[in-house]
Design a binder for this molecule. Structure first.
Ligand code: FAD
Length: 468
């Protein structure tokens, strides 16, 4: 991203998670003045494993950051499929398959820890000249002629040429400005249970993490009837997220956290003991932290841009992954790269709306696609007991057997995993470049493009709440 813009825009990013920091970094490198408002008081710490598939790895390399992080990170080379009810090994996507994708994509798969990725992006953004203000809760976006005002809860008001809504799932700022005002989540609920367990403790207790070697990372998918647990250990901690559908948790807190499993409520104890294999139960019971989140199934909004508020939405606020959040961070990094590429070409403030429209045209179809794929995969991985599950398991077994004979059965791999492969191969820079070659000149000449149809929501709408 060597080109820099012909005009310096004031960009405000609401939310300093991974997507906000990545967008801030890319827009600063594109030549703009960037201010990030983060409601937390300090740098974020989350215990989580983050996948860096080729579509993300490639961008980190293009940005010239992360060499050291990637050099020391575990390469992701395998997905194991295990029956989550009785712990039978079903099959695997083995390293031979990962190698084919990696070769075609010309970048590798890694598994990283959230805090390492956060520190990398935070340091890169600040070193590039981004200002990050903590303890700064954005409550309202107010569109004016020629700029948007960002109101903070402490009463301060700032003006921006462009606002980036990077405030995560159920983005308060985004809901504040979009006109359709349709709930971003359905009323059906999914329960997400996140656990972290020390690898040394699991190993001492004889739990098999199904790692093939010390310096590569296997991701374990435990498939069950109406549930899916997936776990991996990029270093010393085994991170696992379990998703359960159709549970009766009426009246329970939508978010809660415990450090002692003895404290978990009866409904959760019942799910664990009735649904999960003994192996999975041991992983949960040996965990040092457990948190739950009960949420609806998200939907993608009709546009990723609100022209009147000069706002674009990025990261989890834009892309919605229901269960396996494998692609979440990679998509946030793609968003940032797309913004950086486009806004390094802006020459005049009159072109802002055209460039926002370009972002929408490139990223909205991708957000929809990922969402559809995610739902489709969920149906396959959480299939109920019976013929659908048996057919799925037979396909998984056949893929592994073929790979072990040195034969990649592409048809079988692509049947269930084609969209995953295609997602990992996506090249955000090339996409933006293609778009620019074809439509860039028209945006520069005639700034407002067709998809920019989202208008300002009613000003009587509530401000984003603390829970956002
Ligand atoms: C608790 C938690 C656990 C996770 N675990 C995993 C995992 O195990 N594996 C995985 O792949 N991914 C996980 N993720 C998701 C992953 O971190 C995200 O997909 C990715 O980092 C992109 O997130 P984001 O920056 O778009 O959103 P977030 O990480 O949600 O960041 C949004 C930021 O905006 C801030 N914010 C919100 N509202 C306002 C406001 N009004 N004003 C100012 N600031 C605001 C928030 O404090 C937050 O820092 C987890 C996310 C969370 C929050």
């Amino acid at each position: 991203m060597s080109q820099t813009a012909g005009v310096v825009l004031q960009v405000i990013v609401v939310g300093g998670g991974l997507s906000g920091l990545a967008a801030a970094f890319a827009l600063k490198k594109a030549g703009h003045k960037v201010l990030v408002f983060e409601k937390n008081k300090d740098r974020r710490r989350i215990e989580a494993a983050i996948a860096s598939p080729p579509n993300m790895t490639r961008i980190l390399k293009e940005w010239d950051i992360g060499e050291k992080l990637l050099a020391n990170a575990g390469r992701h080379t395998r997905i194991n499929f295990v029956d989550g009810g009785d712990n039978t090994f079903i099959g695997a996507l083995s390293s031979a398959i990962f190698d084919v994708v990696k070769k075609d994509a010309m970048a590798d798969f890694f598994v990283l820890e959230y805090n390492d990725v956060y520190d990398l992006l935070y340091d890169a953004a600040v070193q590039a000249g981004v200002e990050v203000r903590f303890d700064s809760f954005a409550t309202k976006l107010e569109p004016l002629k020629g700029c948007t005002r960002v109101h903070l809860r402490n009463g301060q008001i700032f003006e921006a040429d462009v606002v980036i809504a990077a405030d995560g799932l159920n983005s308060g700022t985004w809901q504040d400005v979009i006109a359709d005002n349709v709930a971003l989540e359905s009323s059906d609920k999914i329960l997400l249970v996140k656990t972290t367990a020390p690898v040394s403790v699991l190993e001492q207790e004889g739990v098999s993490l199904r790692q093939v070697s010390k310096d590569t990372v296997a991701w374990n998918f435990y498939l069950g009837d109406g549930f899916l647990c997936h776990g991996c250990a990029p270093a010393e901690t085994y991170f696992m997220i379990s998703s359960f559908m159709n549970l009766d948790c009426t009246g329970e807190a939508t978010e809660a956290e415990w450090t002692d499993l003895k404290d978990i409520p009866p409904y959760l104890e019942k799910v664990i003991s009735e649904k999960l294999s003994n192996e999975l139960q041991r992983i949960l019971r040996l965990s040092k932290s457990i948190s739950v989140r009960l949420r609806g199934f998200p939907r993608v909004s009709d546009s990723l841009v609100c022209s009147s508020a000069r706002t674009v939405v990025v990261g989890d606020a834009a892309h919605v992954a229901t269960q396996a959040k494998y692609h979440s961070t990679a998509l946030a990094i793609e968003d940032a790269q797309t913004l950086g590429y486009l806004f390094s070409r802006i020459q005049d403030k009159s072109q802002i709306l055209g460039f926002l429209g370009a972002y929408d045209e490139i990223r909205h179809p991708r957000a929809i696609r990922i969402h559809e794929n995610d739902n489709r995969r969920q149906a396959i991985l959480m299939a109920p007991k019976g013929p659908q599950q048996e057919a799925r398991d037979a396909r998984i077994r056949a893929v592994l057997e073929a790979a072990e004979r040195g034969d990649i059965n592409e048809d079988l791999v692509m049947d269930d995993w084609g969209d995953h492969v295609v997602t990992a191969m996506y090249n955000a820079t090339e996409k933006a470049e293609d778009w620019w070659m074809q439509l860039g000149p028209s945006v520069v000449k005639s700034p407002v493009r067709s998809r920019l149809s989202v208008s300002m929501a009613s000003t009587t709408r509530n401000s984003p709440s603390e829970a956002a």
